[in-house]
Design a protein around this ligand. Structure first.
Ligand code: FEO
Ligand code: CA
Ligand code: CA
Length: 675
């Protein structure tokens, strides 16, 4: 939408976190769950006992059922209270350091941070904004989880930007967290656009623990930015097809940039995966949209998310965000530019000469992240990914070739089978193959090649009858057991009644888990149940009990298993609801730790005002933890911004605006984090 505020024109495409885009009429997860549990409700006579019955009788065989008496409790700290202060809270005995805030110089001419003066070029050598998924690669570069705990490449995503905090021109203007201002000609300043594009992407920074215990950047040729203009290869079945031919790449083999990188992935061969999540709104098509645009929510009217296509130089790298057909053919315009987005990007953090690669066989959707089963010599590679939009799906990929450590590499992601999940009423599940020519994925149903199936992954999944979920966010694999957990963050638009899981207009979210059938990672069936129904004490459940003041949370988003199988849960109550109404009782966004065997959850960390906590990893010794704080102060209203009144000043470093940054958490006694 465009809001006229004479004489200033502001683009404010604030459409909430995720667009509603599933137009299929498949049975939803909730409908399945309702049917399955309402029978139990009738038998047991109440909703609560039905839930207990569900957990007790599911065919899913959890470790808890196997006997928790032999289990050493994983959580050793006392839960902290909720908080709404503009700071970071941790349990007693824990300390934190703030590193790598947005704008911190890391490479090239090392431009000092000055948001009022830094140029678009400067931003390409500084930390991006809106820190998200992250991994610490030990400096030896051999194994993503083994090696130094004091020296490594910290690699992280930068999901998006908050333009009002980036430019000198915004001072005194009435701008919301997503808004940008146009000049009198209805254009945007090209250098501001460049700065925003460079603020997206990925940062790779060598970080080393110093003698005093603090962490600092270590000068290294590998310190670099990958951003919205970095050239990338397209690989897999979509490479070279008509879907991705553009004026920039008439052969359909290359594309510029990665955008809206939310959660991440780490391959068994020590590379980093950045997932492209809410990329569709950055592009605008004023003409009739083909299905590979309309099913994903490409902007239809006005300007794209930040109006980048309106940059006043009219340069090629900017106008490509307008994908309205303009030339005589696809190689004369950018009608296909948006088909170069929605993928998972593989980056080799250790080799700056390797071009990042978009791996199309992993599907095209609002990729939250990618999580892998542990690689086993001679077995296929298996990974999982969620599509974070309301009523979208969970996917699994199984490589065609087997894994061998000696030869493993990105090619294992180019040739294999993508599946989508169907959750059945009896606690079983099926992985449905997204393979051209199999089942209904044929020309009769509008699919003409494997590339077609992948570019239109959502439509193919609709056609297979996959189960529509409550916004799948991060997944996590317990590397000891192979159990897979996924957050389903919330779904305010769910309309169907659900007698047992009363989550119509699901404000709170839940965490689902499954085990592959017979523990075969490439199985096409699985057994599932719900680990926790998030929410306040009055409306939550963990192993038959409600959550309490030290464990309640909602809108689970980030999720990660550490090496001891501690499950870290991060929350993202959106900036429009956090600290308001029924969400007020939860305070600011936070991180909790769970012991899934003992069924214990405790709040570990609360962040400052207006932010979400997202991205977590420890060093191999588990004595240092890195956690990202994204978009502090995003709750500042447009009016308050104009008046210079900011909701947050975190990290309180004297800069004019709040900044996303990374926390380094340690224990004062040097122990394992969380234990
Ligand atoms: Fe970028 Fe779905 O969180
Ligand atoms: Ca997220
Ligand atoms: Ca989020």
């Amino acid at each position: 939408m465009t809001i006229q505020q004479p004489p200033q024109v502001v683009i404010d495409n604030h459409e909430g976190d995720e667009p509603l885009s599933n137009q299929s009429d498949n049975p939803s997860f909730q409908q399945v769950f309702e049917k399955r549990l309402s029978r139990r409700a009738m038998m047991k006579g109440s909703m609560g006992t039905a839930m207990l019955g569900f957990f007790a009788t599911s065919s899913y065989s959890s470790l808890a059922a196997a006997g928790s008496s032999r289990h050493t409790p994983l959580i050793g700290f006392e839960a902290i209270s909720v908080s709404a202060t503009d700071g970071v809270s941790l349990p007693k005995g824990y300390a934190h350091q703030v590193i790598l805030p947005w704008g911190h110089p890391i490479s090239g001419h090392q431009p000092a941070f000055d948001p009022m003066a830094n140029s678009g070029r400067d931003q390409a050598h500084q930390m991006g904004s809106h820190h998200d998924g992250m991994h610490f690669f030990p400096i030896e570069g051999q194994d993503p989880y083994q090696g130094s705990s004091e020296d490594g490449l910290l690699v992280m995503n930068h999901e998006y930007v908050e333009p009002r905090f980036m430019h000198a021109s915004t001072r005194g203007q009435s701008l919301s967290s997503s808004a940008v201002a146009l000049n009198a000609e209805g254009q945007r300043d090209a250098d501001e656009v460049l700065k925003e594009i460079h603020g997206h992407g990925v940062s790779i920074v060598r970080m080393k623990k110093q003698a005093d215990g603090q962490w600092a950047i270590e000068a290294d040729v590998r310190n670099r930015r990958i951003h919205g203009l970095t050239e990338m290869e397209i690989s897999g079945p979509v490479r070279g097809t008509d879907f991705v031919k553009t004026r920039f790449s008439p052969e359909g083999t290359r594309v510029r940039g990665t955008l809206n990188n939310c959660a991440n992935g780490v391959t068994p061969w020590n590379t980093y995966l950045a997932a492209e999540e809410n990329w569709s709104g950055y592009f605008v098509n004023h003409a009739e949209q083909p299905r590979e645009q309309s099913r994903y929510g490409v902007t239809k009217e006005g300007a794209g998310r930040y109006g980048w296509e309106l940059a006043d130089t009219g340069a090629d790298e900017f106008i490509r965000f307008n994908v309205t057909p303009a030339g005589a053919s696809a190689t004369e315009d950018y009608r296909n530019e948006v088909n170069g987005f929605g993928w998972v990007v593989e980056i080799d953090p250790f080799n700056p000469d390797v071009t990042p690669v978009k791996r199309t066989q992993l599907g095209r959707f609002a990729h939250e992240g990618v999580v892998f089963q542990p690689a086993v010599e001679g077995q296929p590679i298996v990974c999982y990914a969620g599509d974070d939009s309301r009523f979208e799906y969970i996917y699994k990929y199984v490589s065609a070739q087997s894994y061998y450590k000696e030869t493993a590499g990105g090619h294992l992601l180019d040739n294999g089978t993508l599946y989508v999940a169907r959750f059945n009423e009896d606690g079983s599940g099926d992985w449905l193959p997204l393979v051209f020519g199999m089942g209904p994925l044929t020309p009769e149903n509008g699919f003409n090649s494997q590339a077609d199936v992948l570019v239109n992954t959502r439509l193919a999944a609709d056609t297979l009858g996959a189960t529509k979920m409550d916004r799948p966010e991060w997944g996590a694999v317990d590397r000891k057991t192979g159990e897979v957990y996924f957050t389903l963050t919330n779904n305010s638009r769910r309309k169907e009644t659900d007698a047992v899981n009363p989550r119509i207009e699901n404000n709170w979210g839940q965490i689902v888990r499954w085990r592959e059938h017979n523990d075969q990672v490439n199985a096409i069936q699985f057994e599932w149940n719900l680990f926790v129904l998030a929410g306040p004490e009055s409306d939550s459940e963990l192993a038959g009990q409600p959550l309490d003041g030290g464990s309640m949370f909602n809108s689970p988003d980030g999720l990660w298993f550490d090496a001891d199988s501690r499950l870290w849960i991060q929350t993202d109550m959106s900036e429009s609801i956090v600290n308001t109404g029924p969400w007020e009782q939860f305070g600011n966004n936070q991180m909790l730790a769970a012991d899934p065997v003992n069924n214990v959850i405790r709040r570990f960390l609360v962040g400052p005002i207006g932010q979400e906590i997202t991205g977590v990893v420890t060093t191999p010794d588990q004595k240092t933890m890195f956690v990202n704080v994204q978009h502090p102060g995003a709750t500042t209203s447009a009016e308050d911004f104009a008046a210079g009144k900011l909701a947050s000043h975190w990290p309180h470093d004297g800069s004019p605006y709040p900044r996303s940054a990374t926390l380094v958490i340690s224990r004062e006694d040097g122990g394992v984090i969380g234990a």
